[in-house]
Each structure stands twice: as structure tokens, then as C-alpha cells.
Write a new protein. Sequence first.
Lengths: 242, 247
Amino acid sequence: MRVRQITFRAGTVTALFAIVLWPAAGQNSTGTGSRPHPDLSGYWELRFDSRNVPPASLTAEVAAEDKNLQYKREMTEIRWCHFMGVPYDMESSPIDILQNRNGKEIVVTFSLRTPARHIYTDGRAHVNPDIFDPVSNGHSIGHWEGDTLVVDTNGFSDEGITRIPGGGRRTTGSHLTERYRLLDEGNRLSVVFTWEDPKIFAQAHSYEFRYYRSPKGTEAREFDCNANDEERAKFLSGMPGR
Amino acid sequence: MRKLKRDIVAAAIALLASGAALGQSTPKGSVPDLSGFWERKDDLGSGSFGGTLERISKAAIKPEIMAANREAAARQSRGEVVSLGSKWCLTNQYPFFMQHSAAWDIVQTDSEIVQVPEVHTFPRHIYLDGRQHPDPAHVESSVNGHAVGHWEGDTLVVDSIGFPGGAGAPGGGRVGPKTHLVERFRLLDGGKMLSVTFTWEDPAIYLKPHTYELTYHKSDPGTYAFEEYCHADDPVQGGSVVEPPQK
């Protein structure tokens, strides 16, 4: 009887330790094993066959604009190392997507000297535009529709490289919806971009990028920018070939 | 009695296994969640660079580095410009954003942690997938260095090399191309605060490892990132620093 009692105590001690220790370990755990959504994390790159970009249907005013003005404006932005912003940074390669373990945020980083994108997936709404200072990446919130991450972005500034693949440009009135979906057992990532802006587009403009997953061990690079580099400034500001 | 011994041994093995799970071999999913926005708050004035940093003990640095620091301070006190970084909006090198009052964001996955600062620099990537540093002889320097991390219990240990050189470290230290940095990230106060202990080593700069701790406060839920832009072509920005006469 006594032996049985002690055995019971030993088992109880074990159980108590298990109860005390494992929850302590799990307290800060984000439970990745039970994550209900696909994991988009990783490095993704564009290749020659990654873009399906039809021409945009532009408003008459924008279609009639002098394209040289947009070109000069972009060269000025690059020459002075301004932030580039969406959608240009999504055309850089590779991009690094980090899907936070707690499910509250996704970040996309770039090798360009431009801010990372923060996509808030914690259920928050957009910041009141009356108090939000527009930025080159805008303000992004996301939610899941099945296996698809849907990202809604507004609050854009007109800073940076504003041209949109297929035609048109980002303005402070632009609205972007993106749909991210894994393909090919997670080896490819489809992103469908849809831009709306009544000043720019006659109808919503959609295009799709299909990124390839980068090889394991891929690392971020830093393509720095020095506005004080005179040779670089001459190259970007001068006539080609001179 | 033999059964009692057997049960006690079994219990001890189970306890050891539980303990091991909390030790160096912390399994995936059980590590602390460092994610979120973190910010420095100086009790000697929010955002003041003369606050927390003033309390950091002076680094034991080589005489020639000390002399260079003194010379730069003297030039500065004479009104000379010792850096044109802000005039030209040059990229801030590590560890600048860790000392800045602007918040920075940690995003955490099982294989990588990224620190995303608001100040104009690159995100810092910390690889947790077991990879090693590149050969130091061939490492491509970057403003945040090359960083690999691992967990020791509830502490994230980050090892960095590959800095470009030219940056400063609190306490009068400097960051050179061969500088080695070890940091230990640990949550405090139930996750409301984050402690980061920095240890800098470089025989070309320091006489002994230079260690100090900075603490950060978790930002409120709903905090969102700004983009701290810097326009070198803005006359106000460009005029913020007057270049010294050229010799």
C-alpha cells in the first residue's frame, strides 16, 4: 500500500512538472503547427515568364499625357535616392515575405533602399485618412479568403517610382487590391494586382505576377544608394551614352 | 521497493526530458514571441540621445581610436562638420536604429527574424535556419552586417559580422569591417519590455569586449509603421549641414 502510494506520488510529481513546465514553454508559443493559413514566408523571385500584364485602360487625360514627363520624374526620384514604393518594389527580385508566427502581420522586404511593406492581418481597419500621412507603400491590411491572402491598400503618396505595370501611375487617390495564392505545392506564388483610381484608369486594371520560390539559403542583399555620387548623378541625369 | 525505484527513475527521466525541452534544444513553436513594435523611452527625456545612452559605460578602446574620437569631438566643438550623412541622406548603419527613438518592428518566423526600422536603412535579416556566416574573407559587407541567430532557452542569441565600417557604437565604440557583434534578445516584464545586450569585439578597436544593455518598450497594439523619408534634394534638408571649406 505504501509502495503504491509513493508510486502515485512520483507519477503526480511528473505530471505536475509536465503541467507546470510545458505551459510555461507554450505561453509564448505562437502555435505554428496549428496555423490555419498557408505559409507564404520565404524568398520569391521574378523570372522572364513571371509577368502577365495586359495594357491598362486609361482615362483620356492620362492617355494623352507626355510620357517623357513621367520618365524624367522617375529618373529624378532614382537620382536622389527617394523611396520607390508600391508597385515598383514588388517588381524587384527577390522579395522576402515573412508571415509572423502569431498571424498578426506580414512583412515584405526588398533589396532596394526603400521601406518594407507592413501588411496588418490582426483585423484592424485602415487608419482614418484624415490623420494618416500618405506613404510610398500606402497602408495595407490583409485577411484570408480560404487559401488566398487578400491585401487592401490605400493611403499612397505620389513619391517614388509611381508607374504601374501596363500603364498609369500611383496617385494619392489610388486603391490597390492584391490576392496572394500559393501554386505548385508552394513552389510558386501568384499575386494578382488590381488598381482602381478614377483619375487614372477608365476601368479597374488587373495583372498577375507569378514568383518562383528562391533556392534554399537565399539571402537578402542591400542595393544601397548614394545621392552624393557625382558620376552616378551624371549618368542618371544626362543623355544616354554621354 | 524495486517498483518504487523504477517509478522514481522514470519520473526523473520524464522531468529531465521536460527540462531539456526548455533548454538549448527548445523545440520549434515553443520559443518566445518577440514580434511587434519596440521603442526606446528615455526617462531623461523621450527621444533624447543624451538619456539612456549617457549611462552606457565607456568602451575600452585603443589609444589611436580614442585620439580619433577626441579629434572629431574637437572639430565638432569648433563648429566643423564631421559627417555629411544627414545632408546626403546616407543610409544609417547598424546599430543606429537600435539607439533611435523611432520604433522598429520584429517579424518572426521559424527560420528567420527581421527587424524593420522606420529610419532610412535596410531591414535587418537574422537567419535562424542553422546556416553559418560566409567566409569572412569573402563576406559582402552590408549596413546591417550578416546575422545568424539561435535560441538558448528563452534568449535569442544573434551573431553578426560583415559590417562596412565607419559607424559608431554607444560608449565611444566604433564598428569596423572586422568587428564581431553578439547580441542577446530577451523578453522582460511579461513581454512588455525587451532587453538587448550588445557585446562588440574587434582587436583593431577595443582593448576588451564592449558590453552594454538597452531596453525597449512594446508599442501599443494597433501601432503602425511610418516611412521616415529623407530628401537630399530638398533645400531645407540639403542646407541642414554646411559643408566645410575644401582644402
